[in-house]
Design a protein around this ligand. Structure first.
Ligand code: SF4
Length: 466
């Protein structure tokens, strides 16, 4: 029987703002980060240990993207539910061990919906079992029947998930979507984007399963000038995050169609700002290296968008610092209200200054949003804008190999690549070596061999590119 002492200890741990395993993982992460990213506004090692993704689980896809981060070998690997669940389970176990609980993890590979709905569900359940917050990465070309079968238990017909998170990849660089094999513009894809969001709204209406949807878009010279229009047209469809990936020279060389360096990441961000209708303060908070990632969390009230933090206002920086000192890595998605209230009370007791700076920040934010009347008139909607710029394989390969030998390069481009790899915020687990590697290294260095091995283990007929 559990003693009162044990119960009290469990309660003490459960009401900590941060799980002790996460505290240890955050401290280890902070210690590993290179000096140049250890800024006061750095989220890695303070709020989160990093984003995660799966690899080597279902590398095949039934659409073609130009570019595609997967090597052509990926198409020779069969999609297999048991293999996926086994690998996801092993990878997530290592991430739980090294990165602590409560982190965001993408169920990603080729196309996730090539898994049957039950296999897809088993993979998500394995992720949840290991304390991850899963998000399925898809091209979105599936039907409501698939989504419903994923969400519901086939025995009982009741939801097996209370909530689903999906990232839908939609852009005109993709070929083979049903109904529009080759989109001539981004605008032609708007009905498909809307249909994707409507399926999740229907699922929520009919079965009470809530959702979080992200919109992913690869950017090349062919669609860079359409970013702003895409954002204006899709803002109210139901996406909560818009993520842009300027294309990099990784993966299948046959799919490198353009000069991906014809514009800068600043150019992309400017167009995102045009579409958002506001300046996006990405310097307010940093996730890893700013050359890799820009993030702006914010709120719309009507057409007015305000980022949560004003990067020019030192009072907002101070409020962020107080918030992190008080709450650390506390998971605000936990729906257990009483526990959350106890955690919040302990966080405030740990650093009471957060109350003062936090309430002053809330007043400033309210003013930026147009005041009380505005938010009474238009329901506030949280939207996050992200840009994630992968690196070219020709730089990552030498940079990664030198890092494996503990060497830093004297060549500026390779040194920069090494710095970014060291501050990486998006990584994948290798249980066989007990290591976690940046996604850039995974795609540039490790994927080709991994896919060849998988093609032997799970041979499939190659899918012809549409
Ligand atoms: S995956 Fe590459 S681009 Fe992304 S954060 Fe890591 S190092 Fe930077």
């Amino acid at each position: 029987m559990t003693s009162i002492g044990t119960r009290l200890r469990e309660l003490e741990v459960a009401t900590r703002p941060e799980h002790p395993d996460l505290s240890a993982a955050l401290a280890a992460r902070w210690a590993q980060l290179p000096a140049h990213v250890k800024q006061p506004n750095q989220m890695l090692g303070r709020r989160m240990t990093g984003c995660e993704g799966t690899h080597g689980v279902f590398p095949r896809c039934d659409l073609a993207c130009t570019p595609c981060y997967h090597g052509k070998e990926a198409q020779r690997v069969g999609t297999d539910g048991d293999h996926t669940e086994r690998e996801v389970d092993r990878q997530m176990a290592l991430l739980r061990e090294l990165r602590g609980p409560g982190q965001h993890a993408q169920l990603i590979g080729g196309e996730v919906t090539l898994l049957g709905p039950d296999d897809h569900a088993r993979a998500l359940q394995a992720m949840i079992r290991h304390g991850r917050k899963p998000m399925s990465m898809t091209h979105g070309d599936f039907d409501y029947a698939y989504l419903e079968a994923l969400a519901l238990d086939p025995q009982t017909g009741t939801p097996r998930f209370a909530h689903l998170a999906f990232a839908g990849h939609f852009d005109s660089l993709m070929l083979g979507r049903r109904g529009i094999k080759r989109a001539r513009s981004e605008a032609e894809l708007h009905p498909y984007r809307a249909r994707f969001c409507e399926m999740f709204e229907r699922l929520e209406r009919e079965h009470g399963v809530t959702h979080y949807l992200a919109h992913n878009m690869t950017i090349t010279p062919r669609n860079v000038d359409e970013i702003a229009d895409v954002l204006r047209a899709t803002r109210d469809m139901g996406f909560r995050m818009f993520s842009f990936q300027p294309a990099a020279y990784i993966g299948n060389e046959a799919r490198w169609k353009d000069d991906f360096r014809a514009f800068s990441t600043d150019d992309v961000w400017r167009r995102i700002e045009q579409g958002a209708g506001a300046r996006l303060h990405f310097n307010a908070e940093q996730v890893g290296d700013v050359r890799c990632n820009r993030t702006a969390h914010g709120i719309y009230v009507g057409d007015r968008y305000a980022t949560l933090l004003d990067e020019d206002d030192p009072r907002d920086a101070c409020a962020l610092e107080d918030f992190i000192v008080a709450f650390g890595g506390m998971d605000f998605d936990d729906r257990r209200r009483r526990l959350q209230a106890a955690r919040a009370a302990r966080a405030v007791a740990r650093h009471p200054a957060v109350l003062r700076s936090g309430s002053a920040w809330a007043v400033r934010l309210l003013r930026r949003l147009g005041g009380v009347r505005a938010i009474r008139r238009d329901r506030p909607r949280a939207i996050t804008y992200v840009m994630h710029a992968f690196m070219d394989a020709r730089d990552v390969k030498p940079a990664w190999e030198l890092l494996q030998r503990g060497e830093l390069s004297d060549e500026p481009k390779i040194r920069e690549t090494q710095e970014r790899l060291q501050g990486c915020s998006y990584a994948m687990a290798h249980p066989e070596t007990g290591t976690i590697v940046p996604a850039c290294a995974q795609h540039s260095v490790l994927d080709p061999l991994e896919n060849l091995r998988l093609a032997e283990l799970l041979p499939a007929h190659e899918i012809a590119a549409p």
